[in-house]
Design a protein around this ligand. Structure first.
Ligand code: M6R
Length: 587
């Protein structure tokens, strides 16, 4: 759950690494560090706790010399957030430095073995063992030492290693992301493409156990001891997409992009969609599997399939998926839904499914991610990089894609395209200045609240869950969603004078949710209605267009903005809420 970046080439490495780190900070932001060297000079390591910008002020990363280096931004798993536990880590001699993203499961036994051999450890991390393991075999040369060290590791890892006196970076990936960027002046390694997008769009995607040796003269890739070739693709992403531009935060920028990203999501290759639709028709058992927002999109998807297609699909939290293992056969179709394509719980579910012979289709935003490599096929969201830790534009794109599959299954593809296109202005207006001001006012009403409840039925229940997640993760206000019908089974006890309840209503289930609002109102609740039609029951009305099957899109956008405004009012950095990271690469 960290970000790593490396550079070797003809330019000074530290400014490139620093920029790369800043672009990767959404992956973890409790500490960071950089190690650089020239082939002939010593390795110098600078690292500390805090956000990259704060550390940079203290340590002046940019003054580090050398045309080769590695860098890391951390989201702590093993070991507290301290300077010592920050990466890069070095071996006992200080001549080898590594950065690591992932978890070394057998680090305990390796550490014991290495301590017995006289190695001195400076950190509490699992990662430090890697530097010492390389040191242990360094007599055989840097490349062989790395290869034998990597052979001893169990767990998930993307690792970069450098050594004093060597003009190369050695990297490996296994179940953790690592991509290679090929620029005119040198080679980049990174956990994610935005890290080096400013310098190159040429990307080499790696497979599990690929070992890459990159120097000024070029790149070699090995897998299981054999040299292999990996194609170089040109990515469609643009550097401007990975910058904040006129916006104060990525979160608001990404929310505002949704009129465009929703349109991009429907631009799919018809042949690919048709092939998936055929697979769905022939499948015996269909699962949609995801975490967080991707799970909520899956839940919305299950309603589309039920309503539009009369087809049963099972939305399952990826971390719970193994409990359904017994239902998986070679006739089962599993959709693994993940913006990043790197979420460990999702990848674990993919492996469970594949282990049972089931087909896996990834719905993801990141080409070259582990999901696109491990799944049998992929449907790409085309949302461009999403930097904010919160999913916003990618959630709505996932909803669009599921809805698209549902409509394609009942031969209403063209009709659906037209429906989505006609929503462009509606979505655009939802992110307008007027709407933002209206939601800022609402945020001011809610900012001191400890609890906010959200209710909806059917598709709107999925929206309520997603809305609650948005509010809680970025404002730290406790927000909890209930299916409207469940209120009377317990949650009503929470409602007292002034308790805020956000209710999502839609044409198809208006009366029932109105009854639920009456129940809330009768107990003194303060109701915010998100709907196309006003009601006397609303204390605050957030007007959205009535969009039928596309309601999850138009109804979530105002709440994304509300969550953003709450975060800003409460002094939280919306792009980097506490304790969270963009890609959760641990199970
Ligand atoms: O990359 P993924 O879609 O697999 O990520 C899944 C969740 O970690 C993610 O949706 C998370 O819940 C976000 N912070 C939600 O805003």
């Amino acid at each position: 759950m960290c970000g790593i970046v490396g550079y070797v080439g003809y330019r000074k490495a530290s400014p490139l690494l620093l920029k790369g780190l800043k672009n990767l900070e959404y992956r973890g932001y409790d500490s960071a560090g950089i190690a650089t060297c020239h082939a002939q000079s010593c390795i110098e390591v600078r690292k500390g706790i805090g956000k990259v910008e704060e550390i940079e002020k203290k340590l002046n990363f940019e003054s580090l010399d050398g045309d080769m280096g590695i860098a890391h931004t951390r989201w702590a798993t093993h070991g507290a957030v301290t300077d010592r536990n920050a990466h890069p880590h070095t071996d006992s001699t200080g001549k080898i430095a590594i950065v690591h993203n992932g978890i070394i499961e057998n680090y305990g036994e390796l550490k014991e073995e290495l301590i017995e051999k006289g190695h001195e450890f400076r950190s509490e991390t699992d990662s430090e063992v890697i530097a010492h393991l390389i040191e242990e075999n360094i007599a055989y040369g840097f490349e062989d030492a790395c290869m034998s060290a990597f052979n001893r590791l169990k767990g998930s890892y993307a690792i970069l290693a450098i050594k004093e006196g060597e003009d190369k970076i050695i990297g490996i990936r296994k179940d953790s992301p690592l991509v290679v960027g090929i620029a005119e002046h040198g080679t980049f390694f990174a956990s994610d493409i935005p890290s080096f997008l400013e310098w190159t769009k040429n990307v080499m995607y790696l497979y599990n156990y690929d070992i890459v040796i990159a120097g000024k003269e070029g790149i070699r890739v090995y897998n299981e001891g054999l040299e292999v070739s990996r194609p170089i693709d040109t990515v469609e992403w643009d550097i401007e997409q990975a910058k904040k531009g006129e916006f104060g935060h990525f979160m608001m920028k990404e929310i505002s992009e949704q009129a465009e990203t929703v349109m991009k999501a429907i631009k799919q290759d018809r042949a690919v969609v048709s092939a998936i639709v055929e697979e769905m028709k022939n499948a015996f058992g269909i699962f949609f599997v995801g975490c967080g927002s991707s799970y909520h999109a899956s839940l919305a998807g299950s309603y589309f399939f039920s309503k539009e297609v009369k087809m049963h699909v099972n939305p399952v939290l990826a971390s719970e998926f193994e409990n359904y293992e017994h239902f998986l056969t070679d006739k089962t179709l599993v959709f693994a839904v993940s913006q990043s394509g790197e979420t460990a719980d999702v990848l674990e579910a993919v492996r469970v499914a594949k282990g049972r012979g089931s087909r896996v289709i990834g719905i993801t935003n990141v080409l070259g991610s582990s999901l696109t490599m491990e799944g049998d096929a992929s449907l790409l969201m085309h949302s461009g990089p999403e930097i904010c830790v919160l999913s916003t534009k990618t959630y709505t794109s996932q909803v669009v894609l599921m809805n698209l599959l549902a409509h394609a299954l009942v031969n209403r593809y063209e009709e659906y395209m037209a429906d989505v296109k006609s929503l462009y202005l509606g979505i655009y207006n939802l992110t307008s200045r007027t709407m933002r001001e209206h939601l800022e006012e609402l945020a001011k009403e809610l900012v001191e609240e400890e609890h906010i409840y959200l209710i909806g039925r059917g598709l709107q229940y999925a929206t309520a869950l997603e809305a609650a997640l948005k509010i809680k993760e970025v404002s730290y206000i406790h927000a909890e969603a209930f299916a409207g019908g469940e209120l009377k089974h317990g949650p009503l006890a929470l409602i007292e004078e002034g308790t805020p309840v956000i209710a999502f209503t839609a044409r198809d289930n208006c009366n029932k949710i109105l009854s639920n609002m009456h129940e809330v109102k009768a107990r003194g609740g303060w109701i915010v209605g998100v709907s196309a039609k006003e009601s006397d029951l609303f204390d605050y009305w957030v007007k959205v267009p009535e969009a039928g099957a596309l309601n999850p899109i138009v109804q979530i956008i105002p709440i994304q903005i509300l969550a953003y405004e709450l975060a800003v009012l409460r002094g939280v950095d919306p792009d980097k809420p506490r304790n969270l990271a963009k890609s959760v690469t641990v199970t």
